[in-house]
Design a protein around this ligand. Sequence first.
Ligand code: GUN
Length: 286
Amino acid sequence: MGASLIDGTAAAAQLHAELRVAVQDLTERGATPGLAVVLVGKDPASSVYVRNKIRKSVDAGFRSFHHELPTSTSESDLLSLIARLNAAPDVDGILVQLPLPDHIDARKVTAAIDPAKDVDGFHPVNVGSLSLGAPALIPCTPLGCMLLIKSVRKDLAGASAVIVGRSNIVGKPLTQLLLREDCTITLAHSKTDDLPLVCRSADVLVAAVGRPGLIRGDWIKPGAIVIDVGINRIEREGRQQLVGDVDFDAAQQVAGALTPVPGGVGPMTIACLLRNTVEAACRRRG
Ligand code: GUN
């Protein structure tokens, strides 16, 4: 029997519909949520992500503030812009697209954003609150992963979860979210011994490493929930293609439920960004 597909596009559309209603309510109270998106430089992948984030936020009825700055922008000019956005009453969420050019310290920039407007959930205050189990703005990709996992299994208590990839954006925060659900977590990475064996122990397997097709079919426990966070551009049969970190065709024969790429975690990341912005707006404006 093949795995059932976890349809991230449909789940994101559902979330967008709910958010549109919430945005309308806020707008009727004169408090339309505002999202500021800052892009420094011309990285092609970042430009596509930012364009999608802006389009979706406008579709959902948000006020959108777009700042596209040249690669040569100085760190102090970027910090001044963030200070202005922190003080702007109609801006509820601030997102600075990463990666930033090498001459800008991303950590300093992230820490300069008002934690109450940090809709990426990257500020040390939000990272700390998440790890303490306190209210926090939660990073969008791991939040999207959790919503997809919970759409197929509501009670995760006691489940064995393996995350492959220890990034600050996905692996580490997802560890906290799965721990909150009483999973037993293994955070695996490039130095993990016998990665196939570790993966095979997972009831929930999340791949977030950026290596096309790394996770083979025989690394997957039969019936497992498999979440593929990878978005890799490869050339196959002379054509550019988007593939995940999981060998999709092989995984489909073994897993219980599986996210496709594209159409899995990607759309949920943007939906969760909008959800965080609505949450920030509700908290700020009461
Ligand atoms: N670059 C890759 N993913 C992300 C993300 O979720 N937020 C930001 N700001 N930059 C990114």
